[in-house]
Design a protein around this ligand. Structure first.
Ligand code: ADP
Ligand code: ZN
Ligand code: ZN
Length: 731
């Protein structure tokens, strides 16, 4: 396909191509190249860029049709003979479909990134490395594999009526639907292409609803996109999907795949061979020519928001994409995000009335949620006469011991890994700080290291205090590792297990640990939020949260929302079988037993909790009643980072003053981020708030150019990086 420039001929035409350019290069839009004939938008090409050859996507030259920012080089349009030629066209692939381009264009504009950056970022990394010959080879190999796979013969892609349509011959036997499942499915069938919020208790059978709805879409010859927060945490879901749709082509898409796998799965989706894509946030961009349904499981989960680069929310993009492609989207959760909750509240109740809410309050099989017991630590403190209270107070320890004796399991939740968050010398006051961050290094006893959870810096634990030589340096506070040790002492004979990011670092370790819990080889399972997610434990009758109070007073306005979700998810791990549900309990060890969060939790009253939170947010002018953007900066010094932010705020004052509509815009002062130095880089942020999303959007895209210029100037004074985070999750 390679065509030297000279051979393009007299009919050479101008084609627009987006390539990956850094956000701040000034090239934000579509670049012009030459080719012998017009190319379909969405075609992949290899083009020269500076001295390199890079992969790009053909884009319409009229930027208006993409919803993207215009090119910074507009105005000085180059003459034809000045343009460089496309090097080759990767025409073994179908062009990326128009809705895909629209989605990318929208995401780039909304999240304030370059169009090319966004478009290339969401392609499989390996695809960007291949030339046409290499790609052809991959495609041939894939074709061969597909024609050899037995599934292919049974269910040609796009042909309705795969295995298991109604549990018929050969298919898996489907459970009889509960009444509330049947109602939800009925509403989905009637509702058509709308966003739905499936609000169902943990264990209410939400997954079954997804699977039935997916079945309907598959039977109609459509593709399904099913999104989960973190695939590794939910191996059970993958297994259930595979079992239910045996005979269909199911592919996964997440960052844990090898580059070759990821490319293969993506190609199968684009070519229409894959029927169902099960993936994490990045899968929201999968091109699916026959898309019929999008599911976003655990829609409240923060991992749907990308935390660096283009900081998109896959949940929000899923809703946009569903509307764009005219398909239904189901957002499922027991504790929806307050944004989604508000969107699903009828206007008459003060909500936005944008989503249809489907309620499934009851657990399958008559299981009830465990009874919540608030264990007031103030009483315990009195009882221990001023001594340091033990990790678990006596009544809780006794309750766990009883469970162990009866052969039941307990789950102890502590959302902090490691042995102790800091080591301390009581002689001179030394603490295990990180030399590169404004944070403590965590003591990990298993490998005797002090490890920084922000920059990764790790050292062996010193034998003595590095400052004064005192041999007696002590751990302060408690992480899961220490809790496990202390519980082993306090509960002699009990078999302990632990699940957190440290024990599950190695591939297969999480699965092994989960299997031993399921097999009944563990009496007491200690874990971080990792254990709260999605696992279908059968024999857990007690869940304890031992240190849940910190979130009540955190500065981030979403801390309470997250904590409520975490505690409710954790509670959902208990009592999943009706015969044990009746005596299942959730213990909360707290110093603030009367706090409204806990009072709502006792009643499992998410609606009341949400109503109260929303009221507070409305009064404070916070999302979902206002839109936020965070201007973030990193510098060699804190002054450099803040200096840029202050200059950036000053530089847009004119812009704001120009349009009366901008009166609603509010720029807060520049402040250091909560952990202000990470890996020797100082970080600061400036919050921008506005009652109207559209106004904020327009302001941001106009401000980009101003900030770009400011940033150039501030580079000399130590600015390293800056970015806009639209709809930031962490404040
Ligand atoms: P959720 O996703 O709401 O937490 P699941 O869909 O995982 O709930 O369902 C919980 C359990 O109940 C699972 O083991 C599932 O197989 C089972 N289940 C779901 N629906 C039914 C049903 N209609 N009849 C019997 N069992 C069901
Ligand atoms: Zn010391
Ligand atoms: Zn560090």
């Amino acid at each position: 396909m390679t065509s030297p420039e000279t051979s393009l001929g007299a009919n050479a035409v101008r084609v627009g191509v987006v390539v990956e350019t850094p956000q701040h290069s000034g090239l934000l839009g579509v670049l012009d190249y030459l080719w012998a004939r017009p190319l379909d938008a969405g075609t992949l090409v290899r083009v020269p860029l500076g001295r390199r050859v890079v992969t790009g996507v053909v884009w319409p030259l009229d930027p208006a049709s993409t919803g993207s920012m215009t090119s910074a080089t507009d105005g000085d349009t180059l003459a034809l003979h000045d343009l460089k030629a496309v090097i080759e066209v990767l025409d073994g692939l179908p062009a990326l479909p128009a809705p895909w381009r629209k989605l990318v264009g929208f995401a780039a504009a909304y999240y304030q990134r370059g169009l090319g950056e966004m478009a290339l970022m969401v392609l499989p990394p390996e695809l960007r490395q291949l030339d046409d010959t290499q790609l052809q080879r991959r495609l041939k190999r894939l074709d061969k594999a597909l024609s050899e796979a037995p599934d292919a013969a049974e269910v040609p892609p796009g042909v309705p009526g795969g295995a298991g349509a109604d549990g018929g011959a050969g298919g898996p036997t489907l459970p009889a639907l509960s009444e509330q499942q049947a109602q939800a499915l009925e509403a989905l069938a009637q509702g058509g292409a709308q966003p739905f919020l499936l609000w169902g208790s943990t264990g209410s059978g939400k997954t079954e609803v997804y699977l039935r709805e997916a079945q309907r879409a598959l039977d109609a010859g459509r593709q399904v996109l099913m999104m989960v927060p973190e695939i590794n945490l939910t191996p059970q879901l993958e297994a259930r999907v595979a079992e239910r749709f045996a005979g269909r082509r199911i592919v996964s898409l997440h960052s844990g795949l090898t580059p070759a796998q990821r490319l293969r799965h993506w190609l199968m989706a684009l070519q229409g061979h894959a029927d169902l894509v099960l993936g994490t946030r990045l899968s929201v961009f999968t091109p699916l020519p026959r898309l019929g349904l999008i599911v976003v499981d655990e829609e409240h989960d923060p991992s749907y928001k990308q935390q660096d680069g283009a900081r998109y929310s896959a949940r929000d993009l899923a809703v946009y994409r569903a509307r764009l492609e005219g398909v239904p989207v189901i957002l499922g959760s027991a504790t929806p995000s307050l944004e989604s909750w508000h969107n699903a509240l009828p206007v008459a109740q003060g909500g936005a009335g944008r989503y249809v809410r489907l309620d499934m309050p009851e657990r399958i099989g008559g299981g009830v949620m465990p009874r919540v017991r608030l264990l007031d630590q103030n009483h315990v403190l009195k009882a221990t006469m001023g001594q340091e209270p033990p990790p678990l107070s006596r009544p809780l320890l006794e309750a766990i011991a009883q469970r162990t004796e009866r052969g039941e399991q307990s789950l102890v939740l502590l959302n902090r890994r490691g042995y102790a968050p800091v080591l301390h010398c009581s002689d001179c006051g030394w603490k295990s700080g990180c030399p590169h961050c404004s944070a403590w290094r965590v003591f990990h006893k298993a490998d005797r290291t002090l490890r920084c959870h922000h920059c990764g810096f790790s050292e062996r634990v010193p034998r003595a205090c590095p400052d004064c030589g005192n041999q007696d340096i002590q751990p302060v506070g408690r992480g899961t590792e220490r809790l496990e040790e202390q519980l082993a002492e306090a509960l002699p004979g009990a078999r302990l297990g632990r699940i957190d990011a440290d024990v599950t670092r190695h591939k297969g370790a999480l699965e092994a640990q989960l299997a031993s819990v399921h097999a009944g080889e563990v009496d007491v399972l200690v874990g971080t939020q990792m254990v709260a997610k999605g696992h279908d434990f059968r024999r857990i009758t007690l869940v304890a949260a031992v240190n849940p109070d910190a979130a009540l007073f955190a500065s981030d306005f979403r801390a309470a929302e997250r904590q409520f979700a975490l505690l409710l998810q954790a509670a959902g791990r208990a009592g999943r079988d009706a015969d044990v549900a009746a005596h299942s309990e959730m213990w909360i060890q707290t110093w603030h037993a009367t706090h409204p969060l806990y009072q709502s939790l006792v009643k499992y009253d998410f609606a009341a909790f949400a109503a109260r939170q929303l009221e507070e947010r409305q009064m404070a002018g916070l999302p979902p009643y206002a839109s936020l953007a965070m201007l973030r900066a990193e510098g060699k010094t804190q002054a450099a980072a803040q200096g840029f932010l202050e200059a950036a705020a000053l530089a847009v004052q004119d812009l704001i003053a120009q349009a009366p509509v901008n009166a609603g815009l509010m720029l807060y002062p520049a402040v250091p981020t909560p952990v202000q130095r990470v890996a020797n880089v100082e970080r600061a942020q400036l919050m921008i708030e506005c009652g109207q999303r559209a106004v904020l959007q327009r302001f941001l895209s106009e401000a980009q150019a101003v900030w770009l210029a400011q940033a150039q100037q501030h580079r000399r004074s130590g600015l390293i990086r800056w970015a806009v985070d639209v709809d930031p999750l962490a404040i």
